[in-house]
Design a protein around this ligand. Structure first.
Ligand SMILES: Nc1ncnc2c1ncn2[C@@H]1O[C@H](COP(=O)(O)OP(=O)(O)O)[C@@H](O)[C@H]1O
Ligand SMILES: CC(=O)N[C@@H](CCC(=O)OP(=O)(O)O)C(=O)O
Length: 309
């Protein structure tokens, strides 16, 4: 090979070497990645998402994907002439709507993600929270204006059994989980918000990181008036902010808080519209979204020097 050709290739080697401290730091760690329905906006983004997740797996991390599909469920309900209504940020889920939720999440969105991941090898296995008692729930009744309200088959998680996911991870697979739960008596299935399910799984799996991909840059300080993103905040700071948050950010940030209060080192909300945002977040110091850390961080990994420890 000529000297000139060697020189052209050098930046590629440098890029790989720059990732070394992060590779060392994250090796063997579990990362729960929530892919929101609003971030699944085009084919290229979905393919890049799958590449990133497979890259993590081959780099020695243990990725677990939890997916949403809110807009896809709404579109199908609409097609079937069923009403779509949200209360306290959660879909009012009649028994008929529950059939649609289950069909869209487990039969369409999850199948598509599994298919995209498996273009890279026999890695992904799809499941729902119903499988192997992974997610158990009871009926969730949110309090609205001081009253407990019935919003149908919406689940509040009461227990997580990580056995099936752990077995898949131990076997080198990538679990892809739909946010559907079963009742303890097996008579009902419940619709669980996917951010909430991802956070509960991250905590139960003792994950290092919870990463929530959405359709905004992160948590905006003064949404919708400005697009200044809060880049880092502690659990206590987030707790104070929670009452001011609205719509889709509420379950996301509640989930991040739950995760970091239950052993997860960092919970991040990042822009799923940016191609390869997962790789940027894990392997560079150009973290692009909002990072939530525990009040007394177990370890803060914001620079390569920490990766070498
Ligand atoms: N403080 C905030 N910062 C950013 N987004 C916010 C904020 N408050 C509310 N939002 C809304 O939350 C949405 C993300 O939640 P959601 O629509 O449920 O997405 P996903 O499908 O990814 O779960 C954003 O598109 C935005 O409209
Ligand atoms: C109870 C509840 O609201 N469940 C959600 C589940 C899907 C979800 O959370 O999807 P995103 O992450 O794309 O919003 C729903 O029915 O829309």
């Amino acid at each position: 090979m000529s000297t000139a050709r060697k020189h052209t290739a050098l930046p590629k080697a440098q890029t790989l070497i720059e990732a070394l401290p992060w590779l060392t730091r994250h090796h063997g760690k579990t990362v729960v990645i929530k892919f929101g329905g609003n971030a699944m906006i085009d084919e290229e983004l979905k393919a890049a998402f799958a590449q990133d997740v497979v890259f993590l797996r081959h780099a020695g991390l243990k990725p677990v994907v939890v997916h949403g599909g809110g807009p896809q469920i709404s579109a199908q309900l609409d097609k079937q002439g069923l009403v779509s209504e949200f209360k306290a940020g959660l879909r009012v889920t009649t028994p008929e709507a529950m059939d649609v939720v289950r069909m869209v999440l487990a039969g369409q969105v999850q199948r598509e993600l599994v298919g995209l991941l498996n273009q890279h090898g026999p890695l992904a296995v799809g499941m729902t929270g119903e499988d192997a008692h992974t997610i158990t729930a009871t009926q969730h009744r949110p309090t609205i204006d001081g009253e407990s309200v019935d919003i149908g088959r919406v689940g509040e998680i009461t227990a997580i059994d990580t056995g099936a996911i752990q077995a898949l991870l131990d076997d080198g697979r990538i679990p892809v989980v739909s946010s559907i739960a079963r009742s303890a008596d097996d008579h009902h299935v419940y619709n669980v918000n996917a951010d909430t399910a991802a956070a509960a799984l991250a905590a139960a799996l003792d994950a290092e990181t919870l990463m929530v991909l959405t359709d905004v840059e992160g948590l905006y300080e003064d949404w919708p008036n400005s697009d200044d993103v809060i880049s880092r905040l502690t659990a206590s700071e987030l707790e104070k902010l929670l009452p001011e948050l609205s719509s889709g950010m509420v379950p996301k940030m509640q989930g991040c808080l739950h995760a970091v209060r239950n052993g997860v080192e960092t919970a991040r909300v990042i822009d799923g519209r940016v191609q390869h945002s997962i790789l940027l977040e894990i392997f560079t110091d150009e973290g692009i979204g909002t990072m939530v850390v525990p009040d007394a961080p177990i370890a803060v990994h914001t620079g390569p020097e920490l990766g070498e420890s």
